[in-house]
Design a protein around this ligand. Structure first.
Ligand code: CP
Ligand code: NVA
Length: 310
């Protein structure tokens, strides 16, 4: 039976049950199929999504806006200069006022605390479109991509190589939700936050999935079904960029590394990519890379989220 998710926030994948994650992915698959059959879908007719951005975006902005339009609704883009979140007025006032105008709020923030405050004071669903801590919508799109390419989500080994950042955090939560094993190779000092790993480990016990840390990227990708990486320097950390290039240089996804994984390995990257840093041109443009399908699936996965929550 369908689970009623109307009015729920999506701040973290960890806040969702396994069944809810499955329902989002299945809803996304149905909506995607209908989209490709040119069926008009108007499930969000008359609904408006307010989109607050403190940071730049291509995929998140365009996929949410397009998703709302394709489901019969509309979206309003609020740039960093429009409302000056955290500067012009109290976040709780923004959240309470915006809730009176729109049917859902999607936000991209620096601090995760601001995301939580928006969610606390909003009377409409708040969807996390990336904070410094998490990027749940990215990972829902990623899971949809893996399901399409591998026909399953469990009993797969995902090797994440690189920074223990927002994407890595959500990926850990997402992997254990669906029973995928995740192995991470991350330089010392850049590991994911301990509280995230501990929460995910609790969840992992229930489904028998594995979270493992391996120092050596080569060992981590041995026999992997999926290799995933992200930029070495996330938005907001630009001052550390030169230092990070040095620290992370042996964590690059190149052909030698890909050759150690399974023959049918798929390469994921949330994009934007810094070609020649965390991933080579040869790999990102090579036959194992599915990054453009992955980017497309942001649209479909988020339509699933919007259809269920708004
Ligand atoms: N992957 C992702 O969130 O891309 P944008 O920063 O372009 O939205
Ligand atoms: N970790 C990256 C993801 C961008 C989509 C960042 O936060 O900049």
């Amino acid at each position: 039976m369908a689970i009623d998710m109307k009015g729920k926030n999506l701040v973290s994948i960890n806040d969702l049950s396994r069944e809810e994650v499955t329902q989002i992915l299945e809803t996304a698959e149905i909506i995607k199929l209908r989209h490709y059959s040119h069926e008009e879908q108007s499930i969000l007719k008359g609904k408006v999504l307010g989109m607050i951005f403190q940071k730049p975006s291509l995929r998140t902005r365009v996929s949410f806006e397009t998703g709302m339009i394709q489901l019969g609704g509309q979206a309003i883009y609020l740039s960093p200069d429009d409302i000056k979140l955290g500067q012009r007025e109290a976040t709780k006032d923004i959240s309470r006022v915006l809730s009176r105008y729109v049917n859902g709020i999607m936000a991209r923030t620096f601090s995760h605390g601001i995301m939580l405050e928006l969610a606390k004071y909003s009377s409409v669903p708040v969807i996390n479109g990336l904070s410094n801590l998490l990027h749940p919508c990215q990972v829902l799109g990623d899971l949809l991509t893996v399901k399409e390419k591998k026909d399953r989500l469990s009993n797969l080994k995902l090797a994440y190589i690189g920074d223990g950042n927002n994407v890595a955090h959500s990926l850990i939560f997402g992997a254990v939700k669906v029973g995928m094993d995740i192995v991470l190779a991350i330089p010392p000092g850049y590991e994911p936050k301990e509280e995230i790993v501990n929460l995910a480990k609790e969840d992992a016990k229930k489904i028998n999935s594995r979270i493992e840390f391996i120092q050596d990227p080569k060992e981590a990708v041995d026999g992997a079904d999926i290799i995933y990486t992200d930029v070495w320097t996330s938005m907001g950390f630009e001052k550390e960029s030169e230092l990070r290039k040095d620290v992370f240089k042996s964590y690059q996804i190149n052909q030698d590394l890909v050759n150690r994984a399974k023959d049918d390995v798929i390469i994921l990257h949330c994009l934007p990519a810094h070609r020649g840093e965390e991933i080579t041109d040869e790999v990102i443009d090579g036959p194992h890379s599915v990054v453009i399908d992955q980017a497309e699936n942001r649209l479909h996965a988020q339509k699933g989220v919007l259809a269920l929550l708004l």
